[in-house]
Design a binder for this molecule. Structure first.
Ligand code: PLP
Length: 480
């Protein structure tokens, strides 16, 4: 017995020695990486949108560093996945601690942080909406959308949904049914459950040619008319049943170009959905976790969602964990019993620990006030740029979800080429700030492929916002 124990200890030491991780950076050039990539990597993910994808070697706070150690101010933050900044020490330490305590556990056993994180999110929603609910996790945004689709189907027995023009909810087969752009579905054949798409309140380019100040929510009235018309194809007046189970909503449209709906919009929409028995799924995968200055962006609109989906910044980018919260009626154990959906890694402890620490950070700080103030400061700066640069058509934002539309000389026509050039120029790394060489990382979105979406970490400082405004000014001056 003593010998066995000794052997075990020796064995463990040997395994630990073999597994010891070298933290040094690999000595491999950008050119070598590109050549291996050309030979062995898929072109089906998004990295090859650029002919020569930029290589980065390090990150910290709101900066990425390339192979020459040039800093790039990052206003994309891994598509809004790192709201608390890169290498955030608190989240990092928690994850390392989890690796040293319980790094692995099969997803059908119980442990602390999964339960405690669920409690935090459920209680946050009781506080915000007065609604009791439960939380279910999965391994990424699209997978969470799949789960939400199953949840709605399970409850309503309806397989079609409403979604918005310009909406993006992921690229798995189910999520693609809700993602509006035809290009996401075109290569993959027929999608029988494709959503019924409805115009988003994109007031700067209103699809109905109306003006926001005077339209009286014309777009919502149009939807109501569709419901009221017995022959419009979405509602049966005799059985009082809608063909769709739920409306999947982005509270601020993300990939669509950071479009902020008018203040009363979702209340008006929700009235229609309530009148005709359609559930409201609030997709916070991109706008959640204080991007807009609230835990959930929908809080700005004073409506109570039935389901909330979240992901991305839940773990500050340290684990691809996402989840859905639903009100009790939809997700109680009687309605949503054991095994309705599951995945090997859905309850993984590293993600749960990161998520717990992210939620704790937000609970303890005054992010609501800080993000609102920083967002206003940033947007005021953008408005100054708009005055000086003819090729900026519109700037807008909610908290730190901000947008700039690139337009032609006429001040309104979308200019996708200018957008493309600005993004590429920022990645060259030859701008200067305070006498030092630097670059800027920007993201794009929108219905007309002409919008810069600004997604800074919510921890960005005022000095870094000044830097961002200065670099954007340099880019528009160079390229306009
Ligand atoms: C609103 C929204 N929903 C769903 C998704 C899909 O998430 P993922 O890319 O993690 O699959 C995204 C991704 O950008 C998103 O912005």
């Amino acid at each position: 017995m003593v010998l066995l124990e000794k052997d075990l200890v020796t064995n463990l030491k040997e395994i630990n020695r073999q597994n010891a991780v070298e933290s040094t950076k690999l000595d491999i050039s950008d050119e070598e990486l590109a050549s291996i990539d050309r030979e062995y990597c898929t072109y089906g993910d998004k990295i090859h949108a650029d002919a020569n994808p930029k290589v980065f070697r390090d990150c910290n706070g709101v900066f990425m560093y390339d192979s020459d150690n040039t800093p790039f101010l990052d206003l994309e933050m891994w598509f809004a996945s790192c709201n608390l900044g890169y290498k955030n020490k608190r989240i990092r330490d928690a994850v390392v601690n989890q690796i040293d305590t319980l790094p692995q556990i099969s997803s059908h056993f119980q442990y602390d942080y999964k339960v405690l994180l669920s409690e935090k999110i459920a209680k946050a929603n009781i506080k915000r909406f007065g609604t009791k609910g439960r939380v279910h996790f999965n391994v990424g945004g699209s997978q969470v959308i799949e789960d939400a689709l199953k949840l709605i189907r399970n409850y309503t027995h309806k397989s079609r949904m409403f979604s918005f023009f310009g909406g993006f909810h992921g690229r798995t087969l189910g999520a693609s049914c809700l993602t509006a752009g035809y290009r996401y579905r075109k290569p993959f054949g027929h999608f029988s459950e494709e959503a019924h798409f409805v115009p988003y309140p994109y007031c700067y380019r209103c699809p109905y040619g109306k003006h926001c100040d005077s339209c009286n929510y014309y777009c919502v009235q149009q939807l109501r008319r569709e419901f009221e018309d017995n022959c419009a194809g979405i509602y049966d007046h005799s059985s009082k049943e809608c063909a769709m189970g739920a409306f999947f909503v982005e509270p601020v449209q993300g990939s669509g170009g950071y479009i902020v709906p008018p203040k009363g919009y979702f209340k008006e929409l929700k009235k229609v959905l309530d009148d005709f028995g359609v559930l409201f799924v609030d997709d916070e995968i991109q706008m959640g976790f204080y991007r807009t200055g609230k835990l959930w962006a929908i809080e700005h609109y004073d409506v109570k969602p039935d389901v909330i989906t979240f992901g991305k910044s839940l773990t500050n980018g340290l684990n691809p964990l996402g989840g859905m919260w639903a009100k009790e009626e939809l997700i109680s154990p009687e309605v949503w019993p054991n095994g309705r959906t599951h995945s090997t890694f859905c309850n993984n402890p590293i993600g749960m620990r990161a998520g717990y620490e992210v939620m704790s950070t937000f609970e303890e700080g005054d992010f609501e006030r800080e993000v609102a103030n920083k967002g206003k400061y940033f947007l005021d700066g953008l408005k100054e740029l708009e005055k000086r640069h003819k090729r900026i058509g519109n700037v807008d934002g909610l908290g730190l979800a901000l947008r700039i539309e690139c337009v032609t000389e006429d001040g309104y026509t979308p200019d996708p080429q200018l957008l493309h050039d600005i993004l590429a120029e920022g990645l060259k790394g030859d701008l200067t700030y305070n006498g030092k060489k630097c670059g800027i990382i920007l993201n794009k979105g929108s219905h007309y492929n002409n919008t810069i979406t600004l997604v800074p970490a919510v921890t960005i400082s005022y000095a870094e916002i000044d830097m961002a405004l200065n670099l954007l000014d340099q880019l528009f001056t160079r390229l306009s």
